[in-house]
Design a protein around this ligand. Structure first.
Ligand code: ATP
Ligand code: MG
Length: 564
């Protein structure tokens, strides 16, 4: 467990209070065991991070542990590629599952035994209604369901049929095993739900060993019980399944303290994002993004590539908190957490994204001079480095205006500005190309202003960043923005693909200070006055590539200040 997980205070919530109460009552013999149970059919996203922080967090806070369990009982879409990415992402988020990476499918034998036991107890039966009959027998909210003829078969007959189902004697869909509960229950899930079905599909771990597979509602409580899980957290849509979760455990004789307890919390929904795996897969398959780890994706690997630190994701999850109410979380809050973390931890550098050439006419042509620059004003231990000043410089095109409006304190004809860590310079002459575009500024510097102040006390209001033309390197900089233009892409029946932001990725060639060109992939930095950036794995020696993580403008903090 990384430092920041342990050291930061986690505010309490209804789940943490419940666990504390169970602890006081000794309901589980003083143990807290949880699990995170992803289905390995996609990459983890920021919504999963919320569940991970809860599952691993509650266990760690109570001296317990959390298992990572692949929920691979539904064999069609699962894949080992997903398994390894999931394990990697959980570790990267800062959580430790030790050697407890489990697979639900490894319990198939035990689940099968449990199913036979239910039949023996006359609590399950084989049903061979046709699909048309199913509809007719199910009933609806107002009409109770009807009993399937199979319901009154003898135990011996049911056992025989179920064994033959397993042996592959029947076609897919021909028969199912159902729990014998209550066809009149107002909760449809309790009307003799299916617990096993016949499916001849290859399982990525168990090949063709099985042609019958357990249903989630039967499998999940058993997986939890087999692993000695005490608290099983899931999202709100499973609330209505809880009576069945409890029924399975009751029917098979699991009692406290050796019986898990399910509790539901609201899922994370984030604005300007989609999180359904189906939609994320579509974005990848149809090349709207470059892959699962495209820096615009809400996946953990996408966020990592974008430069978002794990600590920022944990802080975000902590700030969102755990409740029973569904809501839409503003992505600006996530961005705020990212800025807070990066502000404290990332070294500052100078980079110019849209270069405009400046010639310092009174500086010697061959002259090069080292200037001291602070690495991180938030972290004195980060030290300082040298910048090179020279006759030819580049500044940001937006830091110059021919006709500056009121309140613009940067460079303009005849105006003076401070270069960060350098001198005051004055714009003496503007050079144009034939089309009338500004191509260069001829400036003079004041040697007496080294370090950023004038001995004669004259002031300048603007400070701008720059790089030395003599030593700057080129870099590809990928400017990412939100992937969608609407808060809830795909709401109200709109096709979510029509709401993709056409400007979510823009690539520019920047000039960067030389030290930036040497950093290993994954390094997070601040380009002063511009934003936070991370070195992309596509970087090559001599050809650095940066991803913009976030800009410096914090719309969340602004909203909070204005009380909105
Ligand atoms: P999908 O419905 O898109 O396939 P899922 O929720 O079924 O996604 P799982 O892999 O089954 O995905 O999820 C693993 C765990 O993560 C579950 O316990 C689930 O409740 C939790 N989880 C998934 N999405 C979110 C979310 N947006 N917010 C909080 N928890 C989530
Ligand atoms: Mg699921």
């Amino acid at each position: 467990m990384s430092d920041s997980v342990e050291n930061n205070h986690v505010p309490s919530d209804f789940i943490r209070e419940m666990v504390a109460e169970d602890f006081r009552d000794n309901k589980f013999g003083g143990k807290v065991v949880t699990r995170f149970p992803p289905e390995p059919n996609g990459y983890l996203h920021i919504g999963h991070a919320k569940a991970i922080c809860l599952d691993f967090g509650v266990a760690a806070e109570n001296g317990g542990y959390c298992n990572l369990r692949m929920d691979d009982t539904n064999p069609t879409k699962e894949d080992t590629e997903y398994v390894s990415s999931i394990a990697e992402d959980v570790r990267w988020l800062g959580f430790d599952f030790g050697d407890r990476l489990y697979y639900a499918s490894d319990y198939f034998d035990r689940m099968y035994e449990c199913a036979e036991k239910l039949i023996t107890l006359n609590k399950a039966y084989v049903c061979d209604l046709t699909p048309e009959e199913w509809d007719e027998y199910r009933g609806n909210l107002n009409i109770p369901g009807r009993e399937s003829p199979g319901r009154n078969r003898s135990v011996e007959e049911n056992l025989d049929l179920f064994r033959r189902m397993r042996a592959g004697e029947f076609e897919d869909g021909k028969m199912v095993l159902r729990a014998r509960i209550d066809m009149a229950s107002p909760n449809i899930h309790m009307r003799d739900p299916v617990i096993y079905r016949i499916r001849r599909v290859h399982h990525f771990r168990h090949g063709d060993k099985w042609c019958i597979y357990p249903m989630y509602d039967f499998a999940h409580p058993l997986e939890d019980a087999f692993e000695g899980v005490t608290h099983s957290f899931c999202t709100l849509e499973f609330e209505i399944h809880r009576p069945l979760y409890d029924w399975v455990l009751d029917a098979l004789g699991f009692t406290f303290p050796n019986r898990p307890r399910q509790t539901e919390f609201s899922r994370l929904n984030l604005s300007y994002t989609v999180m359904s795996k189906r939609k994320l897969l579509q974005l990848v398959r149809e090349n709207y993004v470059s892959g699962w780890d495209d820096p615009r994706m809400p996946t953990i690997c996408g966020m990592r590539r974008r430069g978002i630190p794990a600590a920022a994701i944990r802080n975000f999850c902590r700030t969102v908190g755990i409740t029973k109410f569904d809501g839409l979380t503003d992505v600006a809050l996530l961005e705020h957490c990212v800025r807070e973390e990066l502000n404290a931890t990332s070294p500052r550098f100078l980079a110019v994204l849209d270069p405009l050439k400046v010639t310092i006419t009174n500086y010697p042509a061959e002259g090069v001079e080292p200037l001291d620059a602070i690495n991180n004003p938030e972290d004195p231990a980060a030290g300082s480095r040298k910048l090179e000043f020279s006759r030819e410089l580049y500044i940001e095109r937006s830091d110059f205006m021919l006709e500056p409006p009121k309140g613009y304190f940067r460079l303009a004809p005849g105006r003076e500005v401070r270069l960060r860590y350098g001198y005051f310079i004055r714009c003496e002459e503007v050079v144009y190309d034939e089309a009338g575009n500004v191509t260069e500024l001829k400036c003079t510097f004041d040697p007496a202003t080294r370090g950023g102040s004038a001995p004669d006390g004259r002031k300048v209001k603007g400070t701008i960043h720059w790089v030395s033309g003599a030593s700057a390197k080129k870099a590809e900089v990928r400017l990412y923005d939100r992937l969608f233009t609407t808060e809830q892409p795909g709401a109200d029946g709109v096709d979510f693909l029509t709401e993709l932001n056409p400007d979510s990725r823009r690539v520019v060639t920047a000039y960067i200070e030389p030290a930036l060109a040497e950093l290993p992939a994954g390094t997070a930095v601040q380009f002063e006055r511009i934003g936070y950036f991370a070195v992309d794995p596509d970087s090559r020696p001599g050809a650095p590539v940066f991803n913009r993580t976030v800009t410096l403008k914090d719309s969340w903090a602004k909203q909070q200040q204005s009380g909105k």
